[in-house]
Design a protein around this ligand. Structure first.
Ligand code: BTN
Length: 256
């Protein structure tokens, strides 16, 4: 473990750099279940994850040493369980605040928490919450960002990286420091209760908001328009002049 010179108050002030691990999220979970005290904002990063985990039990594959794969340990005790999607908004925005200066406004959030550049995925987030009663107690915020990887094999039509887009390589430690700073800023806005600001910013960066587009729902291709996101995190779509809510399992985006 080492202390850092990150320009933050707490996110990344303690950082554990691992050369290889199953998953940085699992590593944090294991530390917590062994009652190891962790400072809020501790970052665990790995050069290589051999069992990286994604949303919906998917695997997260990332070439060793080429990308950012890290987890941030947070204690959002001020958030009720039924407001947990607010944390997701703050984290998505923190990542975007770090990437937009490099990638511009084509860098978007694909609901609920994928990071996209145009129609290609460049990053993903896996937040695992530990609750106590009706409140959140601890959160493990896992983030995978494609940075210097150039080959995506059979995923190349829907995955990309900073270096593929901008034709240069990036220093992973510098980028991590920058993204920790922008995440901390958004997390502090969340803690200060600036929910309207976070919501407005989240919606303004949402891929396909207010534009008709194709979705697959119940096995059928449907044209719908994203209106907004409910407090429960469900996507609200306008379909034939009606507003309908969907969770992640109920729809897929179709990009041509
Ligand atoms: C997704 O888009 O499916 C979420 C991907 C999250 C990947 C990150 S990499 C660091 C952390 N450790 C994991 O095992 N997963 C997350």
């Amino acid at each position: 473990m080492q202390n850092n010179t990150f320009l933050t108050l707490f996110v990344g002030q303690t950082i554990v750099k691992l050369s290889a691990v199953n998953s940085t999220n699992t590593y944090v979970k294991d530390l917590l279940s062994n009652s190891k005290p962790l400072l809020e904002g501790t970052v665990i990063m790995a050069d290589h994850q051999f069992a990286g985990r994604g949303q919906s039990n998917n695997v997260w594959e990332s070439k060793a040493g080429e990308n950012l794969t890290f987890s941030i340990y947070l204690r959002p005790v001020f958030l009720a369980v039924n407001h947990q999607f607010e944390l997701n908004k703050a984290i998505c925005l923190g990542i975007l605040d770090g990437l937009i200066p490099l990638l511009g406004d084509a860098c978007k959030i694909k609901w609920p928490n994928d990071i996209y550049y145009h129609y290609k995925k460049i990053g993903g987030i896996l937040i695992e919450n530990i609750t106590k009663g009706y409140q959140l107690k601890e959160s493990i915020v896992g983030i995978g960002l494609n940075i210097n990887q150039k080959e995506f094999g059979e995923l190349s039509h829907r995955a990309s990286s900073l270096s593929k887009i901008l034709h240069q390589n990036y220093d992973l430690a510098d980028l991590l420091a920058q993204i920790c700073k922008t995440i901390e800023k958004r997390y502090l806005q969340l803690k200060a209760g600036k929910l309207d600001l976070l919501n407005a910013d989240y919606l303004s960066h949402l891929l396909r908001i207010n534009k008709p587009g194709l979705f697959k729902i119940d096995g059928k291709e449907i044209i719908a328009t994203i209106k907004d996101v409910g407090a429960n995190g469900h996507l609200r779509l306008i379909i034939d002049n009606d507003i309908k809510e969907f969770d992640l399992k109920e729809l897929t985006f179709i990009f041509d």
